[in-house]
Unconditional design. Structure first.
Lengths: 219, 186
């Protein structure tokens, strides 16, 4: 319905209608049309480029950090044998000495020489690990024949060569038979016999080559 | 504005690549060689790199040292290992002596080529048991004395004294410290 207004000179007709708040009213001017785009300010461009550059830099740093090569180096100290002292205890270890021979070595001697008289013996073993490094026993037979058996292991040691003195069946005899065991380990059987005494060559070879007479030490 | 868009797109691409990337791990083990290794010796004291001769008689110098410390000792066994081509080079010598009262003393002098310095030590112990009344019975006193010589060389004296007696201890320690008992260094 259109109101009717009286027309008279000097008056302007005004029609006030509700307007869209987004479209602007008296306080909000209408948005520019598509045909005339609003220009982006120079400052906005600089900010946008800066932000994008920073984002790119962060991404590059992340890529570098995550794709790098990580090398883990482990240093190991080689186990180097430093020798043994006169008792057979490795240098640097703490050992104890027992007056008893190692039972397996004593058993080997007893089997081969039929329970001879033992006049001296001793065993050197590690206080912390109980590992036996050296055991020795001296036995005497009839006719003044002495047989000394020693089994030894040097931890980390190398292979021991076999050697033999080539014992005669009748004295005088003075020699040794060395038989290797595991690397660093060996058994030596020493025999001394006066002239005319029978030398238990077979028993000595049996002791020296008896695997049970060998000591075993963890490397 | 186009430049900002391109850079932002590149950042997205690089960021995605970074998200998918993972470090490459390499494990490396380095074994430090350590000091030069000592030469292994066999049960008779012969270095495995040397051709030796072992005799079931003690060396004259160790026998003399035993006599100095224990004039009344009776030598019951011994051994010594020498270089086959140079009999004067002794690698190990042992002597077993019987003392009055059933005591036994043994001495061993040895040198390990390339061996480290030996540390001096004295160890005293005893073979004991409990009787029916719960009392400790001492069967033997044991003394071990190790005295270093040159690097890799040492003398060990082991004394086994029956009962509670320690009358031989001083002589045993004297034998261990006797310079004449040491195997000559090479």
């Amino acid at each position: 319905m259109t109101p009717e207004h009286p027309t008279s000179p000097g008056w302007i007709d005004l029609e006030i209608t509700a307007s869209d708040p987004a479209g602007g009213g008296l306080a909000n001017p209408p948005a520019p049309s598509a045909s005339s785009p609003r220009p982006v300010s120079r400052r906005t461009v600089i900010v946008a480029v800066t932000v994008a550059t920073l984002a790119l830099a962060v991404a590059i740093l992340g890529l570098v950090a995550r794709s790098r090569t990580v090398t883990t180096t482990t240093h190991l100290q080689a186990v180097v044998p430093v020798g043994v002292d006169a008792s057979g205890c490795p240098v640097g270890r703490t050992c104890r000495v027992s007056s008893d021979p190692e039972s397996v070595v004593l058993g080997a001697v007893d089997r081969a020489l039929e329970f001879p008289t033992v006049i001296g013996s001793g065993t050197v073993s590690d206080v912390s690990t109980n590992a036996t490094y050296r055991t020795t026993l001296t036995a005497v037979l009839n006719a003044g024949v002495s047989v000394t058996t020693t089994a030894q292991c040097v931890p980390g040691g190398s292979a021991v060569p076999e050697r033999s003195a080539g014992l005669a069946a009748t004295g005088p005899a003075d020699g040794a038979v060395v038989v290797p065991g595991a690397p660093g380990c060996s058994v030596v059987v020493l025999v001394r016999a006066p002239a005319g005494a029978p030398v238990p060559v077979q028993a000595i070879e049996h002791i020296a080559h008896d695997p049970s007479a060998q000591l075993h030490v963890a490397r | 504005m186009v430049a900002a868009t391109v850079i932002a797109a590149a950042a997205v691409v690089v960021g995605a690549a970074a998200g998918n990337a993972s470090p490459v791990h390499h494990a490396r083990t380095v074994v430090d060689p350590g000091p030069p290794a000592a030469v292994t010796t066999d049960a008779a004291g012969c270095p495995v790199t040397v051709r030796c001769t072992t005799s079931a008689t003690t060396s004259t110098q160790l026998r003399a040292a035993l006599r100095r410390a224990f004039p009344a000792a009776r030598v019951v066994a011994g051994a010594h290992t020498v270089e086959r081509d140079r009999p004067g080079v002794i690698y190990q010598a042992t002597v077993l002596g019987a003392l009055e009262g059933g005591a036994v003393v043994s001495a061993t002098a040895a040198c390990v080529p390339g061996g480290a310095a030996v540390v001096e030590q004295t160890v005293r112990s005893a073979n004991t048991s409990l009787d029916l009344a719960g009392n400790t019975v001492v069967h033997a006193r044991l003394l071990l004395e190790i005295v270093p010589g040159a690097a890799g060389c040492s003398v060990q004296v082991y004394l086994n004294s029956p009962g509670v007696g320690t009358s031989w201890d001083t002589a045993a320690i004297s034998l261990a410290h006797d310079p004449g008992a040491q195997v000559a260094p090479r």
